[in-house]
Design a protein around this ligand. Structure first.
Ligand code: ADP
Ligand code: MG
Length: 919
């Protein structure tokens, strides 16, 4: 950049730094937008803020390309291009270097703005710059309230402004009302960040509703349906801010994670009522718009694709338009391009609202291009002028409105008077209208009557016409009928003549046939008479034969009955015989059975007695056997006892002997040893003696050993024997007791047997007796049965005989009746034959007579037919002629209707004209 341009920039933006209540360099050499409004025009204030390097940049030792001189309000950007280093310096209204604090920026830039807002001005503060340069940091800041109620040192412009506003209002105890709005412009669509979500759980799920930008007709732009929330404390606003910030669109891109692609606008509107000394009220209305714009970077570099590309394009569109608007306004161009953002900010860009742009830049070399473009942009914006309006204008407006109201009141009064007059005339008119209406009604009724009578007339004429039509058709039908009748009559005459001749001919024929038939009838009757005679004769012969047969039958029947009687007699005799045989057999049989029972009874007695004797014998034998056994046992026991005693004594003796033997042996040993010792002394054959002694000792020892063995064995045998004896004794005792018990049992069993056998004998005897009684009873019943049978037989025989005789008599009587009944029809036949003969003779006579009558009648018919059909039959003569058929000319329906319409004077037409009715 050449130094002359730099100087120009400096010059342009140089402004007196200490202007008491005016922020803007009114005397700036920037061209005025509208020279007529020059008096109030103020330039847009442009502040530049450069953020410090962040940790990553410091680590990467990033070059710094921006230097700030806060005192001179200068920013110098170094540009490296093709190994060349160029520098550009920009002058702004205020410059804040990387070390600047939030409080500093606020006190210097925003605090005066807020004071003006409270005075009734409208202000807009924009944050403009590349993403990541600190727009949001500046506007919203980081961290809000400390515990002591003070704001955090990193808190941004918005919370500080809110705090200041409330501090001032509360200190002045002002009568005020305050409302806020919070909107977001994203993808050229406006979303209300304060709208309450309905039916959605998450803020992020909400399909955001786009709001429309509208103009109020005076050029002011507003967002339709934007929610305005009334607030009364700073905390309420903080809560609203938190809520709105959470709804903002943020998207991650490759370039910057915190990239904010939407513009957000937070607005506070304050109305303060002031009471003036003259008693009137003054209302101050101030507005503060705080706008956090989207990143101004070159969007194509951000790597966004597809839908993001559109989004990027839209953001660019708004930003580019903003840039173009700034350019246009700066160059005082007539055409100002529009986008939603610029429309929203219309008032702030060259309008009535005062504007402050906080441009943010990064000091890093990596952002040098964007930094330069931001600096250019901000510098250009410096030359835009606003024409702020203050409360006074509003007051004028209010006065004007008051005047307008008075005028309107007058007008209203005169209008009311006019209205009264109009009402009166309307009332009169209504009366007239009602009268006219009544007349109309009468006329309408009349017309209606005429119309209905015309209608009835037409209907009647039509009815008559149709009657006439049917009468004409009837007449022509009648003519046709007459013609037809004449024709028929002619033909009938021919037919009748023909019929007469045919009738005469046929009567002749009939006469012939009838006389022939009469002759045949005569012959037939004679034949019938003959046949009846012969039938009677043959019938009489058959009757004779029948009677003969009946006689034969009677004989046969009599002999049969006789035979039947004989056989009945024989049957009776036989049964008598059989019964007597049966009786004798039965008595023999019963006596036999009785004998048998007697015999078997005596036999059973004998057997039972024998059994008793045998049982008694058996008992005594068992007794003796037991006794014997007992004795044997005792004997065995005694023997064993004696053996045992002798054995014990033997053992004792043996023991004595053994002890004696021991003693003897010991003595012998002692003596032997003494003798040997003496011998040794004598013969000094010590060694040999010792040997002998030793062997003797050995022998004695052996002997002793054997003796002790014998003793042991003996003691053993003795012990065993004693045990045996004891056992035998025990066994003996047990056996004796068992035998004794067995004996008792056997005795009891025997006794039981004996008792049972006597019981059996007794029972048998009783059974025999009852059997005998039964047998006797049976024989008696059989005998009585036989006697009864015989008796019955006799009765049946007698009945049979009487029946046979009565049957015989009845049969004879029946035979006689039969003969009689046979003879009666024969007689009847004869009588009938006589009658037939008489009748046939009479018939023949009748027939002859009929034949004669018939011939006479035929003649008569023939005569009558001729008379009535030929002579008397009359036909229409040609003297009176039938009228001929002709056509009728009936008038058509249309003719009748037209005629009636004409004669009615067309009232239909007359009624359709309202004028005619009204008159
Ligand atoms: P932008 O809104 O422009 O995209 P941010 O406000 O989100 O950028 O800032 C990006 C980062 O830089 C944040 O972490 C913020 O803390 C930091 N930052 C920005 N400006 C400053 C500053 N003046 N002082 C300290 N840190 C800053
Ligand atoms: Mg941001």
């Amino acid at each position: 950049m050449d130094s002359s341009k730099k100087n120009q920039q400096k010059r342009r933006s140089s402004a007196p730094s200490s202007m008491p209540r005016t922020l803007w360099s009114i005397d700036s050499p920037t061209r005025d937008l509208q020279s007529s409004n020059n008096r109030n025009a103020v330039n847009v204030q442009v502040v530049l803020r450069c953020r410090p390097l962040n940790e990553d940049e410091i680590k990467a030792r990033t070059h710094l390309v921006v230097s700030c001189d806060e005192l001179k309000r200068e920013v110098t950007a170094t540009q490296y291009m093709a190994y060349k280093q160029t520098e550009r310096t920009f002058v702004f209204d205020k410059v804040f270097g990387p070390a600047s604090q939030q409080q500093e920026l606020y006190d210097n830039v925003v605090a005066p703005v807020v004071n003006e807002v409270l005075e009734g001005y409208s202000w807009t503060i924009f944050a403009y710059g590349q993403t990541g340069t600190g727009k949001t940091y500046t506007m919203e800041g980081e961290g809000r309230k400390e515990k002591n109620g003070k704001l955090h040192e990193n808190a941004g412009v918005i919370p500080r402004a809110v705090q200041q506003i409330f501090n001032v209002l509360e200190s002045e105890r002002a009568d005020y009302s305050m409302k806020v709005t919070f909107l977001e412009l994203y993808n050229e669509e406006i979303t209300d960040l304060l709208a309450v979500d309905k039916g959605l759980n998450s803020l992020y799920d909400e399909p955001k509703r786009s709001l429309l930008l509208m103009e109020d007709g005076k050029g002011a732009v507003f967002v339709r349906g934007l929610e305005e929330e009334m607030v009364s404390t700073a905390d309420e606003i903080y809560a609203i801010l938190d809520r709105g910030s959470a709804k903002k669109h943020t998207a991650e891109t490759f370039l910057n994670k915190q990239s904010n692609r939407s513009h957000s606008m937070f607005s506070i509107t304050i109305q303060i009522k002031q009471h003036k000394s003259d008693g009137s009220e003054l209302i101050k209305c101030g507005k503060l718009n705080l706008v956090d714009l989207a990143g101004s970077e070159n969007i194509l570099r951000s790597g966004a694709r597809d839908e993001r590309a559109r989004e990027a394009g839209e953001i660019n569109k708004s930003l580019l338009t903003l840039g173009r608007v700034i350019n246009a306004l700066a160059e005082n161009s007539v055409h100002v391009p529009e986008s939603k953002l610029t429309r929203l900010l219309r008032d702030s860009l060259g309008g009535k609202t005062k504007t402050c742009i906080i441009a943010t830049v990064s000091p890093s070399v990596l952002s040098q291009e964007e930094t330069l473009s931001t600096l250019d942009y901000a510098f250009r914006a410096k030359s835009i002028k606003n024409r702020p309006e203050q409360l006074m204008e509003l007051q004028e407006l209010y006065m004007y409105q008051q005047q307008l109201t008075v005028d309107l009141k007058d007008k209203l009064e005169s209008t009311r008077r006019e209205l009264m007059k109009t009402r009166e005339s309307l009332f009169n008119l209504e009366g007239q209208y009602r009268q006219a209406k009544d007349v109309n009604k009468d006329k309408e009724v009349m017309i209606f009557n005429i119309l209905s009578s015309g209608k009835a007339l037409t209907e009647r004429a039509l009815e008559l016409r149709s009657d006439l039509e049917s009468a004409a058709s009837d007449v022509s039908a009648l003519f046709a009928r007459i013609e037809h009748k004449n024709d028929l009559e002619e033909r009938n005459r021919h037919h009748i003549q023909k019929f007469h001749s045919q009738l005469a001919h046929q009567l002749e024929e009939l006469d012939k046939v009838v006389s022939a038939s009469a002759t045949r009838q005569e012959q037939n009757w004679e034949a019938i008479q003959e046949n009846a005679q012969s039938l009677l004769t043959s019938k009489a012969a058959a009757m004779e034969e029948l009677l003969k047969q009946i006689h034969n039958l009677k004989d046969l029947y009599t002999s049969s009955v006789k035979r039947l009687d004989d056989s009945a007699e024989e049957l009776y005799q036989n049964s008598e015989l059989a019964f007597s045989g049966l009786r004798s057999e039965l008595s023999a049989h019963s006596s036999c059975i009785m004998d048998l029972i007697m015999k078997s009874s005596s036999d059973a007695d004998t057997i039972s007695n024998g059994l008793k004797i045998n049982l008694n014998n058996l008992g005594s034998r068992i007794e003796s056997f037991i006794q014997q056994q007992h004795e044997n046992h005792t004997r065995t026991y005694q023997t064993s006892k004696s053996i045992s005693e002798s054995l014990l004594s033997f053992f004792k003796t043996l023991r004595i002997y053994i002890s004696n033997l021991t003693f003897t042996e010991e003595d012998f040993q002692t003596i032997t040893s003494q003798k040997l010792r003496a011998l040794t002394k004598t013969f000094e054959i010590q060694t040999a003696v010792d040997d002998i002694l030793e062997s003797a000792c050995e022998r004695t020892e052996k002997l002793n050993q054997e003796i002790s063995d014998v003793q042991t064995i003996t003691a053993d045998a003795e012990e065993k024997w004693t045990n045996y004896i004891e056992r035998t004794e025990g066994n003996y005792g047990e056996n004796s007791a068992a035998i004794e018990a067995g004996k008792g049992n056997l005795g009891e069993g025997l006794q039981l047997c004996i008792t049972k056998s006597s019981e059996v004998a007794e029972q048998r005897r009783v059974a025999e007796e009852s059997l005998l009684d039964l047998l006797k009873e049976n024989v008696d019943s059989v005998v009585s049965f036989i006697e009864n049978g015989t008796e019955e037989n006799e009765k049946i025989h007698a009945r049979f005989s009487s029946i046979a005789s009565s049957v015989f008599e009845e049969t004879d009587e029946a035979r006689k009746k039969l003969v009689l009944s046979v003879e009666y029809p024969v007689r009847q036949d004869h009588e009938s034959l006589d009658k037939i003969n008489v009748l046939s003779a009479r018939c023949l006579d009748n027939m002859k007579e009929t034949n004669n009558i018939h011939s006479e009648k035929v003649d008569e018919i023939s005569r009558t037919a001729r008379k009535s059909l030929v002579d008397d039959y009359l036909v229409d003569g040609s003297s009176c002629l039938s009228p001929k058929k002709r056509n009728f000319n009936l008038p058509s329906k249309e003719c009748i209707e037209n005629f009636i319409d004409r004669s009615m004077g067309d009232p239909l037409h007359a009624s359709s004209s309202p004028d005619a009715v009204a008159q």
